[in-house]
Design a protein around this ligand. Sequence first.
Ligand SMILES: Nc1ncnc2c1ncn2[C@@H]1O[C@H](COP(=O)(O)OP(=O)(O)OP(=O)(O)O)[C@@H](O)[C@H]1O
Ligand SMILES: [Mg+2]
Length: 409
Amino acid sequence: MAKKERELIVGLDIGTTKIAAIVGAVLPNGDLEILGIGTHPSKGLKKGVVVNIESTVKSIQHAVEEAEIMAECEIGAVSAGIAGSHIEGINSHGIVAIRTGEVTAIDVDRVIDAAKAIAISTDKKILHSLAQEYIIDNQDGIHEPLGMAGVRFEAKVHIVVGSVSAAKNIVKCAHLCGLEAEDIVLEQLASSYAVLSDDEKELGVCMIDIGGGTTDIIVFNDGAIRHTAVIPVAGDQVTNDIAVFVRTPTHHAEELKVKYACAISEMIDPEEEVSVPSIGDRPERKLARQSLAEVVGPRYEELFTLVHNELRRAGFDDKINAGIVLTGGSSRMEGAVELAEEIFHRPVRLGSPKNIKGLIDIVRNPIYATGVGLLIHAARRRHQYGGGLLDGSSISVWDRMKGWFSNNL
Ligand SMILES: Nc1ncnc2c1ncn2[C@@H]1O[C@H](COP(=O)(O)OP(=O)(O)OP(=O)(O)O)[C@@H](O)[C@H]1O
Ligand SMILES: [Mg+2]
């Protein structure tokens, strides 16, 4: 089949450091094939949130054009990600009576709606309502309630709320690029589709997506989402620390970080030195790699400790038997996995997108976890790819969100 004839789907990851547009198609056998990818440095975001529409639009346009050329297609609609400290995850509970003696799709919508009746501030709206489990007449642990007999129907639901203006700005940026944002998906939820296995979600796992602006956390247990959180500390802070310590411009600090830094100073040969360009006309200097690690290590340690405290506070520290999965660009730091193992006392692995076909050599990189996850989300929405409803209710996130926006996008 020619590429142009297939129905294409697109994931648009609007990150703090880069924008990635990933184009794919669902093959007749159900596999997801990546056909094109475009990336561009992102300038208009701060800590996961759009703060400059014009710069963001330019970056999206570049990324989308690149992806279009590679996939030989024209992109019209995308699934976009959302992140930032405004995101809140809340566990809620709904109860309804089963009207006809057997659970129908309408009952599922009603019970999810009942769980969504929570107090949220006026500037926020519900982005996702993710069913954790259903309970029918006190029988818990039900995942597929349709057709089951009973009287009393309960649902445990993880509700994700986010700022209306943050979501509106994402939709507006896409709109100004001539794109329709079909869906807006929590970034760590998207990344989890790309990097976690069903076994891990069943056993209990915490995925930590360490990007440039934010560190996004998602916890699964018994196959359901139990907790989501965002920590506004990530790779950009590490780069800033290096820039201040070494007194070098940020782009040099970024290069030093990616090429030579390490999260555990003991892993570095004390004799090893690297050249550092100075500010202005001053000559290059030599810097011990170990001192670079001594700057980076404490920042990663602080970050993992913040995540650990969050897990303890939320009561999930002892419910992640499959351990920790690190993803996002900053998870690629040398020694990050080993340091995380020391802090969490759990097995830790690096998570890259998997179970995909096509440009795997490019996208098998933690940087693309969110982009590929958004693509998987879009594929499931359009083709019921991989089975299962994404959201707790049968109404798509976007259909529910449409009411938030006025026509003047
Ligand atoms: N090899 C590497 N070692 C260490 N850090 C790296 C490496 N490669 C990339 N990074 C860091 O990863 C970060 C970017 O990651 P990513 O692309 O996942 O972020 P983003 O999605 O743009 O941001 P966010 O998700 O926070 O909005 C940058 O801070 C970059 O310095
Ligand atoms: Mg990201």
